[in-house]
Design a protein around this ligand. Structure first.
Ligand code: BG6
Length: 483
C-alpha cells in the first residue's frame, strides 16, 4: 500500500519494550530451591553448546534484578517481557510450590510496576523441569498438558492481579524443531517427525487450556503465544517454486499460527502428514478446546528475525539436519529443507548477519500484513533484534549497526501500523546481553553490555549501556516520531 498521510508517531499507548528469558539471564541455577531443567542438563553434554557455555551464572540477573530494572526505568521502557523458570516455582515440575521462587518474581513484578513498566510474562521459554522429562518423557507424553496447565494456573493465580499481558509459549515451532528434528535442543532427537507432530499437539493443548484458564480467572488479561515467524518469498516465478512457498507456509508457519488464530490445522498440511503416517493423534474434545481458545486469544505474538526463500526441493534433495552457524563465521551454515517439498536457500538480494541470519526489515511489515489479513488479530512483536560482536572500548560500546537494524525495522513496522495492522507492542531482543542458547555469550543482542565472556570466571558482570540504549531512550521519548 502507499499511505499518503502516515501518522508521525506510533499510537499513544504503544508499548515500547524489550525482552529476555529466564535461562538466558538469571543464573543462580541451583539457588533458593530451584530444580533442574532440561537445559541445565543439556548444556552439560559435550559438544552441544558453543564452547560448552551454560546458563549457570548467565548474566546474574537473579542477583542484579534491581539494577537491571533501574536501567529500564532510566531508559523509559514501557514494557519488559521476561519468562518464569518453571523449576523455580515447581522444582520437580509439579507438587509443592517453592515459595522462594514465587517471591523472586513477585519482587521483579513489583519493581517493574513501581517504575511504570508493564510486566509481560512468558509462561514457558523452553526450560522444562528435568523431573518431568525423567518421569514421562516431558512433551512426548500427554501427561505434560495437565502439569503445564497446573503450572500456568499457579502463575495466573499468584501474579494475575498485577500482570495483564501473558505469552503462554515461546516459539513452539523452534523448540520442537530443534528438539525432535535437529537434535540441537533437548531432548536431542533427530528427524523424529512422528513424535515432533505429537509433541506439537501436546503443546497446542497446553497453550489452549492455559488460555482458557487465564480468561476464566482474569477476564481483563490479554493473552497469546509467540511464534517465530519467518515469512517466505518464492525463489522464482516458476509454478513449482510458488507451490514450494505454499507448502512451506502451510507446514512451517500456518501449521502453528492457524491453531493459535483459528483453532485448527491447515488442511493441506494435515493431508501431507497423514499420507506420511506422522499426523498427530487427537483426544476426544481436543478440536473444541483448540477452537474455544482461538476465540479467546487477544493477539498473535511474533518473534521476527528474518524471512526466507522457498524453492522446490527434489525428493533426493536436502533435509533438516543442516549445519548451523554457531561461531559467527559468516557463510558456515548450510541450506535445509524437506525433500520433495521445499528448501530455503539464502536470499541473494539481502545481507546477512555474522551468524548468517538474513536482514530484512521489510519482512517485518510483510509478517504483520500477513497476520492481519489472515487472522485479523492484534500483534505483539515479542522479539526482534540483531546478534552481533560488540566491543567494549574505553568504557563505551558503539553499536551503530544495531541502531541501524532496529531503526529500519521500526520504520517498516510503522508502515504496517499505518496500513491498518494493530500492533500493540514492540519488544527488542534483548535488554541486557545474555546467553545465546547455542552461540554462547559472544553473540550479543542487548542495549546494555554485560562484561562477561564464555568462561564463567572472566568478567565483572558490570552493566554498560551501549549507544543503542540512548538511541532507544530517545525513540521512546519521541514516540517514534524521529526515526
Ligand atoms: C529466539 C528465542 O529464537 O531468538 C531467544 O526466543 C533467542 O531465546 C533469540 O535467544 C535469538 O536466537 P539466538 O540463537 O541468536 O540466541
Amino acid at each position: 500500500m502507499y499511505i499518503t498521510k502516515p501518522n508521525k508517531e506510533f499510537p499513544s499507548d504503544f508499548l515500547w519494550g524489550s525482552a529476555s528469558a529466564a535461562y538466558q539471564v538469571e543464573g543462580a541455577w541451583d539457588e533458593d530451591g530451584k530444580g533442574r531443567s532440561v537445559w541445565d542438563e543439556f548444556v552439560r553434554i559435550p559438544g552441544k553448546t558453543f564452547k560448552a557455555t551454560t546458563g549457570d551464572k548467565a548474566v546474574d540477573h537473579y542477583h542484579r534484578m534491581e539494577e537491571d530494572v533501574r536501567l529500564m526505568k532510566e531508559m523509559g521502557l514501557k514494557t519488559y517481557r521476561f519468562s518464569i523458570a518453571w523449576t523455580r516455582i515447581f522444582p520437580d515440575g509439579n507438587g509443592e510450590v517453592n515459595e522462594e521462587g514465587v517471591a523472586f518474581y513477585n519482587r521483579l513484578i513489583d519493581e517493574l510496576i513501581n517504575n511504570d513498566i508493564t510486566p509481560m510474562i512468558t509462561v514457558y521459554h523452553w526450560d522444562l523441569p528435568q523431573a518431568l522429562e525423567n518421569e514421562y518423557g516431558g512433551w512426548e507424553s500427554r501427561h505434560i498438558v495437565d502439569d503445564f496447565v497446573h503450572y500456568a494456573k499457579t502463575l495466573f493465580e499468584r501474579f494475575g492481579d498485577r500482570v495483564k499481558h501473558w505469552i503462554v509459549l515461546n516459539e513452539q515451532n523452534v523448540f520442537t524443531a530443534h528438539g525432535w528434528l535437529m537434535a540441537t535442543h533437548p531432548p536431542g532427537k533427530v528427524n523424529d517427525r512422528k513424535t515432533f507432530y505429537q509433541v506439537n499437539h501436546h503443546a497446542f493443548m497446553a497453550h489452549a487450556k492455559s488460555v482458557i484458564a487465564l480468561k476464566s480467572l482474569w477476564s481483563d488479561a490479554m493473552v497469546g503465544s509467540s511464534f517465530a515467524f519467518g515469512p517466505s518469498y518464492a525463489k522464482s516465478d516458476k509454478p513449482e517454486d510458488a507451490m514450494a512457498k505454499m507448502d512451506y507456509d502451510d507446514l512451517q508457519s500456518y501449521y502453528w499460527m492457524d491453531v493459535y488464530g483459528y483453532g485448527r490445522y491447515p488442511r493441506a498440511a494435515l493431508a501431507q502428514l497423514r499420507s506420511e503416517g506422522v499426523a498427530p493423534v487427537f483426544e476426544e474434545g481436543d478440536e473444541e478446546i483448540l477452537k474455544e481458545a482461538a476465540q479467546l486469544v487477544d493477539f498473535m505474538g511474533v518473534n521476527y528475525y528474518q524471512t526466507c526463500v522457498a524453492e522446490y526441493n527434489p525428493i533426493d534433495g536436502v533435509g533438516m539436519t543442516n549445519t548451523m552457524n554457531t561461531t559467527g563465521k559468516k557463510g558456515t551454515s548450510t541450506v535445509q529443507g524437506v525433500p520433495g517439498l521445499y528448501k530455503n536457500p539464502q536470499n541473494e538480494h539481502l545481507p546477512t548477519t555474522d551468524w548468517d541470519w538474513t536482514i530484512d526489515p521489510e519482512g517485518l511489515r510483510f509478517a504483520c500484513r500477513d497476520i492481519t489479513s489472515r487472522y485479523d488479530l492484534p500483534i505483539v512483536i515479542s522479539e526482534n533484534g540483531l546478534g552481533a560482536f560488540d566491543k567494549l572500548e574505553e568504557g563505551k560500546v558503539h553499536d551503530p549497526y544495531r541502531i541501524d537494524y532496529l531503526k529500519r525495522h521500526l520504520i517498516e513496522l510503522k508502515k504496517a501500523i499505518d496500513e491498518g495492522c494493530r500492533v500493540l507492542a514492540y519488544c527488542t531482543w534483548s535488554f541486557t546481553d545474555l546467553l545465546s542458547w547455542l552461540n554462547g555469550y559472544q553473540k550479543r543482542y542487548g542495549f546494555v553490555y554485560v562484561d562477561r565472556e564464555e568462561d564463567e570466571n572472566e568478567g565483572t558482570l558490570n552493566r554498560i549501556p551501549k549507544d543503542s540504549y540512548y538511541w532507544y531512550k530517545y525513540t521512546i521519548e519521541t514516540n517514534g516520531a524521529e526515526l
